[in-house]
Design a protein around this ligand. Structure first.
Ligand code: ADP
Ligand code: ASP
Ligand code: MG
Length: 592
């Protein structure tokens, strides 16, 4: 019999009436001949209320007790959902994370799922029950209750769909599907028919809260097609699958992380191992770092800037202060009034001028870009928080995201079950291991690259656009771009990589621009080392393990960029082969 997993988010079970409406959807699916597992979130804003309560008794509540408290929200809603189904005359049984055998690690408030035992769920389904599973929770080896992080019920649902080899996974929520950006921020956002795993994963981790990012890691790893749809209508919704909506558009969506903070460690000695000293302390605390930018050093010192979620600022300071003491860095600087605007699209990987279009849109809106990082399928810009929505709107418009691509792929209703195949050998193997363990697909070295660094760039709106417009119009293929944020000194620096053979042409263009940079420098001989896989930014340990492997070899990291698909580091050309070997050794066990 086909098996379907349905997940109802907080708004979809906010009142007794809504719980009954969700119960009817589950019953209908069962009546249509499916076995049904329903994953439920806490009612309405219950989790927020519980957090608020905790803060009233202790400003910094212990994480273990936090999870004990937060898990109660879902326990209430699963019981009520089961009762509602009984009320309609059907069989249902509710289960907590522990009762389902969801075993996690012990990182309270952001635990990762290790194993799920499916026996009990299968037995209950075979007895004709609708199984109601509590989202967002599990237990560690010592039976301490853990939670998976805010929004984690999506991850419970997709993880269950993966281990049960479900025929369908439906995420019922308060919007009709996945939009090109949050429709509550921009009413002109367009609902997409489908979106690829890679794009959704990137968007989710850059602020598109419609799906928990880790749920998409599960979906991609175990090949689970997801349908996101409204709890309040029968509209078909959006599919998250292996293919993108359009094979040609450079950008499919935009996202905003409003509560970002920027931290700069100043005057870090420019020697191997310094980044490792800083970021290992953040990884130990499971703080997700983004937008890492290192200024190419002056007088053997560098400034290292990065962004973090602003609610982790206190914890970050603790970690970084230790690193400042150890490394002998000269200072620490931060700004917690910033927001990160990002665009994502598989199509940008092989198109030129995409970054420049984003910079132009922001410049036209009079928005100063404080930091830039790019990677294969995303570009992020840090802006003042007060300008966040304007920035989002301007880039959404610049890429015409409100217009459906003319070559949009269609995902036919019902196609999901027709294409259901038995899981591949790789999927079977991954399913029998630690479910959320790091999965790497490739480690590679790209030589014949050059780096250009512009120092002392006036920190005014539009400069990045002008520089990259001129470079692009000379036909130069720009890859990694990073702009640092020493904006508080009225200057920034911009570094980017290009193919080695275009270095002379690039220097010529830059020389002619007429801008007065303090210095135009670079290196004709760099190597780019890449580790690709699934969910690499949220597996905070990946960049750290790279830093460590390279530092142990005495290799200096000149540039880094991270995305969920890939972590790239730039080293001096001569270090490439040695770096590659070191990475291959470090990650031998994580490669599938
Ligand atoms: P649930 O409680 O059902 O899990 P969430 O609030 O977590 O619901 O997610 C749904 C919300 O995600 C929507 O109400 C919407 O405001 C927000 N959202 C952010 N980005 C997007 C996007 N790209 N597409 C659709 N919704 C989005
Ligand atoms: N109730 C949890 C939260 O609000 C989990 C979820 O809804 O997905 O974050
Ligand atoms: Mg959610």
């Amino acid at each position: 019999m086909p098996l379907i997993v349905q997940k109802f988010g907080g708004t979809s079970v906010a009142t007794p009436e809504k719980i009954q409406a969700a119960a009817r959807k589950a019953i209908r699916a069962q009546q249509e001949g499916n076995q049904v597992v329903v994953v439920v979130s806490a009612m309405g804003h219950e989790t927020d209320h519980l957090i608020d309560l905790a803060k009233q008794v202790n400003g910094e509540p212990p994480a273990r007790e936090m999870d004990m408290l937060l898990s109660t929200g879902e326990q209430v809603s699963v019981a009520l959902m089961a009762m509602a189904i009984h009320g309609f005359g059907y069989r249902a049984i509710s289960l907590t994370g522990a009762q389902m055998g969801i075993k996690t690690d012990s990182s309270y408030t952001k635990a990762r799922i290790k194993t799920i035992s499916t026996d009990r769920i299968r037995r209950l389904l075979d007895q004709g029950n609708i199984v109601i599973a509590a989202g967002f929770q599990g237990v560690d080896e010592d039976f301490n209750i853990t939670t998976l992080g805010r929004g984690g019920s999506d991850t419970t649902a997709v993880a269950l769909a993966a281990v049960l080899n479900a025929d369908a996974c439906e995420i019922y929520t308060d919007v009709d599907g996945v939009y090109t950006t949050d429709p509550r921020l921009l009413p002109e956002a367009r609902q997409m028919g489908l979106i690829s795993y890679d794009e959704m994963l990137e968007l989710a981790s850059l602020g598109a809260s419609v799906m928990h990012n880790r749920s998409i890691e599960f979906a991609k790893k175990f090949d689970v097609p997801i349908r996101v749809r409204s709890s309040f209508s029968d509209a078909p919704g959006s599919m998250i699958v292996s293919i993108p909506e359009s094979p040609t558009v450079p950008v499919c969506g935009a996202a905003l992380t409003r509560d970002e903070a920027r931290v700069t460690v100043q005057g870090v000695p420019d020697t191997p191992g310094m980044s490792y000293e800083i970021f290992k302390r953040l990884a130990d605390r499971k703080i997700t770092v983004d937008m890492i930018v290192q200024n190419i050093g002056m007088e053997d010192r560098a400034d290292i800037s990065f962004t973090i979620p602003s609610d982790e600022l206190k914890e970050t300071f603790r970690a970084v202060q230790e690193a400042v003491d150890v490394t002998g860095a000269t200072g620490l600087h931060h700004d917690d009034a910033v927001a990160k605007v990002s665009v994502v699209g598989l199509g940008m990987a092989d198109q030129t001028g995409v970054a420049e279009r984003m910079f132009a849109a922001l410049a036209a809106a009079g928005i100063n870009i404080q930091m830039i990082t790019t990677s294969e399928i995303k570009i992020s810009c840090l802006v003042q928080r007060s300008q966040a929505t304007t920035a989002l709107r301007s880039v959404h418009q610049a890429f015409s995201l409100h217009t459906k691509p003319t070559d949009a792929n269609q995902w036919l209703i019902g196609q999901m079950s027709h294409t259901k195949q038995s899981p591949s050998e790789v999927v079977e193997r991954l399913r029998s291991t630690n479910l959320e363990q790091l999965t790497l697909l490739d480690i590679s070295l790209l030589g014949d690259q050059a780096r250009v660094t512009l120092s002392g760039v006036p920190d005014t709106p539009g400069l990045a656009e002008k520089v990259f417009q001129e470079v692009a119009s000379a036909g130069i293929f720009v890859d990694m771009i990073i702009q640092s944020c020493d904006g508080y000194q009225g200057e920034t620096s911009i570094s980017f990589t290009i193919p080695k053979e275009q270095m002379d042409a690039c220097m010529e263009v830059l020389g002619k621009t007429g801008y007065r940079f303090r210095k135009i420098g670079g290196s004709n001989d760099i190597s780019k080392l890449s580790v690709s896989g699934i969910g690499l930014r949220s597996h905070t340990s990946v960049a750290i393990a790279m830093f460590k492997a390279l530092a142990d070899e005495g290799i200096n990291v000149l540039m880094i960029n991270t995305s969920e698909l890939r972590v790239n580091v730039v080293t001096e050309g001569k270090d490439g082969e040695r770096g590659l070997k070191a990475l291959q050794k470090t990650f031998a066990d994580a490669l599938v």
